[in-house]
Design a protein around this ligand. Structure first.
Ligand code: ATP
Ligand code: MG
Ligand code: MG
Length: 552
């Protein structure tokens, strides 16, 4: 963690100093109902970071209390992503391992006259709950005797009732100004198979009841969660107290991470996957950890980014450029800088000897000498970018045009002598001449050119695919808390978020491995796609371009 103070750290320090806690125990509690996203990374960094800082421990706990939405596939992906981000949990738990204990605590509440079985339907319960300005009404089943409630709850567990026929509710106060205290539901019936407990249970605890119990069972000291749970805190404390839990975890809320042009709710991300807007949870356009990994983001960059976003109670959207800034920073000195041509245009150098290939020295990273030099071939035929030539250029265009001379990076000056077109007037080839005197590295100062372009020698070039990305969602504000309109969200999906190009890379790159990272000269940072790459053809995902207007 960074050393700047924040309110969560202040609470922890105070609790340790006052002796309220001797050690710090935190947990990261994902529900296995989707893949982790960059918002979860923030929660991971905070929970593991604070425990680490104060010599405590962190549990990875699957909050698997809703079998209707959960799946073992998600359990596996979540573990993989937490480890990839660089964190190792001290204990691994499943909330479902506590079902028996939770049931017993619910029975205790019934015995204390603090919980009852209700036959109202979900709609009726909502209706009876009242509003912010109107108190709720008591359910007609609220005054059932303790004996009757114990009997009904046992029969709920035994499977005697249909889904939705009954629920167990806390008996608190239907006129509380905090709606979460108006007899919240503790258990519901769901005849559904659970990934961990199979068909052992047909009643499942609600999140708001289960979560404080899970924390207390594990001896969590500081239960860090996002601000939308602030109004749940009184109920959280009620559960811990009335269920007579030994440990008394403290819930602390912080503002969710939101990023411009990004949605992060798992429900929405799942919709993008299910409806085919992307190729899967790990599509490089997704803000999931697995998508970002495949795109080429590094754990270092993600960790630095979420730390720099700081801890506060508010959830404003962070500019996506800040995330891009940190991956550039991380890769700047690590990634080699070869050349790649993504929209090839052939150039024939007419005064270069036919059949000859020479090997030129090229530094791998001018900002990091330790990365050494490589040799790249040069010959009579090369590829340049179509964009680096204009037949009829505007003023201040310094790249190739008829009669103009440019520098080929690591090689020679070339001059455009002739333009070859097909029958539709498309430029298909350039004829140029080179000047041997201008060879890079010889210290030639005879004359200057204004443009430097990149290229790849044709006879040795390796075909490659390049995938360039734009934001998947176009929304400057990022995701709003509570924003729930499916339609507006899908309306913001960018139809042009992927561009696929076929071009060439240098021959010494033919054996690149999945997840290798490069800065292609003038094009930005790229990652070798682990799924689409074949031995014949590497596929590169653009992580970020080189341009940045972001300043810290
Ligand atoms: P989603 O709405 O995306 O499904 P969630 O909060 O329901 O998110 P959980 O699996 O319950 O997802 O999340 C595990 C932990 O990650 C929780 O403590 C949650 O508060 C935290 N978390 C989720 N999204 C964010 C976010 N955008 N910023 C910070 N923390 C987050
Ligand atoms: Mg949740
Ligand atoms: Mg959720």
């Amino acid at each position: 963690m960074d050393n700047t103070s924040n309110f969560i750290r202040d609470i922890i320090i105070k609790d340790l100093e006052s002796g309220k806690h001797k050690t710090v125990v935190t947990r990261f509690p994902p529900e296995p109902n989707g893949y982790l996203h960059i918002g979860h990374a923030k929660s991971i960094v905070l929970n593991f970071g604070f425990a680490d800082e104060f010599g405590g421990t962190t549990n990875l706990r699957f909050d698997d209390t809703n079998p209707l939405k959960e799946d073992i596939e998600y359990v596996h992906s979540i573990k993989e992503d937490v480890q990839w981000l660089g964190f190792e949990w001290d204990n691994l738990h499943f909330a479902s391992d506590y079902f028996e204990e939770m049931y017993n605590r619910a029975v205790l509440l019934i015995k204390k006259g603090l919980a009852y079985v209700d036959d109202l339907s979900a709609d009726e319960i909502r209706e009876y709950r009242g509003t912010l300005t109107e108190p709720g009404k008591n359910s007609p089943y609220r005054d059932r005797s303790i004996e009757e409630n114990l009997d009904l709850f046992a029969r709920m567990r035994a499977g005697e009732f249909e889904d939705g026929a009954k629920v167990l509710r806390a008996k608190i106060d239907m006129s509380s100004p905090n709606i979460n205290l108006r007899d919240p539901v503790l258990y519901r019936i769901a005849h559904a198979e659970h990934h961990n407990t199979g068909n052992e249970w047909c009643i499942y605890p609600m999140y708001a009841f289960a979560h404080p119990l899970e924390d207390a069972i594990e001896g969590v000291t500081h239960s860090i969660c996002t601000v939308e749970f602030e109004d749940q805190r009184p109920f959280y404390n009620w559960v811990v107290e009335q269920c007579e839990m030994e440990a008394t975890p403290q819930q602390i809320e912080f503002g969710r991470l939101n990023i411009t042009n990004t949605v992060m709710s798992k429900r929405k991300l799942k919709q993008l996957v299910d409806e085919g807007f992307v190729d899967g949870w790990d599509d490089p356009r997704m803000p999931t950890i697995s998508g970002m990994r495949r795109r080429g983001y590094t754990p270092e960059a993600i960790r630095t980014f979420v730390r720099e976003t700081g801890v506060s109670k508010s959830s404003g959207a962070v500019d996506e450029q800040m995330l891009e800034h940190f991956v550039r920073e991380d890769l700047k000195l690590k990634a080699p800088r070869p050349m790649a041509v993504m929209n090839p245009l052939k150039v024939v150098i007419t005064n270069y000897p036919e059949g000859e290939v020479e090997w030129l020295d090229a530094e791998n990273n001018p900002e990091n000498e330790e990365m050494g030099i490589r040799q790249i071939p040069f010959s009579r035929e090369i590829y340049i970018e179509q964009d680096d030539f204009m037949e009829d250029p505007p003023k201040k265009y310094f790249r190739l045009f008829p009669g103009n001379e440019v520098r080929l990076k690591h090689a020679y000056f070339i001059k455009c002598e002739e333009v070859i077109k097909d029958e539709d007037e498309n430029v298909v080839e350039l004829r140029c001449t080179y000047d041997p005197e201008t060879k890079s590295g010889t210290g030639f100062t005879g004359r200057k050119v204004k443009g430097t372009i990149h290229w790849v020698e044709a006879s040795n070039a390796v075909p490659a695919e390049f995938r360039l990305y734009e934001p998947l969602i176009l929304d400057d504000d990022g995701e709003e808390d509570g924003e729930d309109d499916e339609k507006t969200f899908l309306d913001k999906v960018n139809p042009n978020s992927l561009e696929v190009l076929q071009g060439f890379i240098e021959p010494n790159m033919k054996d690149v491995q999945p997840q290798d990272k490069f800065q292609f000269f003038r094009h930005g940072y790229f990652n070798v796609d682990p799924t689409l790459t074949t031995p014949e053809k590497p596929v590169f995902n653009r992580i970020v371009s080189l341009k940045s207007s972001f300043r810290l």
